[in-house]
Design a protein around this ligand. Structure first.
Ligand SMILES: CCCCC/C=C\C/C=C\C/C=C\C/C=C\CCCC(=O)SCCNC(=O)CCNC(=O)[C@H](O)C(C)(C)COP(=O)(O)OP(=O)(O)OC[C@H]1O[C@@H](n2cnc3c(N)ncnc32)[C@H](O)[C@@H]1OP(=O)(O)O
Length: 184
């Protein structure tokens, strides 16, 4: 991954351990919002990603590239692939157990991705420093150990609930997650 300094954790920013009360290894990570373009089951034009965590610290998901995701004929649009990376990385909020938003997303495209491909996505956190979480992801063609087509590195910034209340619709989130604890 050609990662910039902005998405590289500073010295001493250790990757997180599985948090008490976090999702158990092997469990699904539900959508954070039913109308989310990346993970929402009520978003018919979205990517409809369903994620899980094999170990409590990484996120996995499969993205089936369809005709609606094309850029060049028969090939996935790079922006759609970046969205998939953003989403699988963003699912780490359930593991970090705090609200974060994407500050910066860097993407390397290594191989073209044909329509009909199942892209096996994986994301993990490389370090947390204050409000900043450093995360990476990859998308592999056809199998969890298939050839890498896309890599991403991201800087996520922790925000409070007021971020969503002020700029979006916090009630819509809370209506679906009655038991969500901010900064448990
Ligand atoms: C509805 C209630 C929800 C409750 C929460 C629960 C769960 C969350 C639910 C859903 C949403 C969350 C995740 C969804 C999951 C997947 C979807 C994918 C994720 C996304 O799709 S999410 C949408 C796109 N995303 C945005 O819509 C962000 C727009 N943006 C801003 O809202 C501000 O920009 C913000 C908040 C990022 C920072 O603003 P701020 O004022 O709080 O803080 P400030 O600017 O001081 O930055 C603090 C330190 O971060 C450094 N920093 C900041 N930005 C940087 C950058 N780009 N590059 C390098 N460094 C950066 C500064 O340099 C400083 O560093 P230092 O401290 O060292 O000086």
């Amino acid at each position: 991954m050609t990662r910039s300094a902005l998405t590289t954790p500073p010295p001493g920013a250790a990757p997180p351990e599985p948090l008490p009360g976090g999702p158990a290894p092997g469990s699904p990570l539900g959508p954070h919002y039913s109308h989310c373009f990346g993970c929402g089951p009520k978003q018919p034009t979205g990517l409809n990603l369903t994620a899980s965590t094999p170990d409590g610290v990484t996120v996995t998901a499969e993205f089936v590239v369809g005709g609606v995701h094309q850029g060049a004929p028969g090939l996935a649009h790079g922006g759609v692939l970046a969205t998939a990376m953003d989403e699988v990385i963003g699912m780490s909020i359930w593991l970090l157990r705090r609200p974060y938003v994407t500050g910066r997303l860097e993407t390397d495209y290594l191989r073209p991705v044909s329509v009909g491909t199942t892209l096996h996505l994986r994301a993990w956190c490389t370090g947390v420093s204050g409000r900043k979480a450093y995360l990476e992801a990859e998308g592999r063609i056809g199998a969890p150990d298939g050839p890498v087509a896309v890599r991403a590195a991201a800087l996520f910034i922790e925000v409070g609930m007021e971020h969503f209340a002020e700029h979006g619709d916090a009630d819509a989130f809370l209506a679906e997650h009655h038991d969500y604890e901010v900064n448990p």
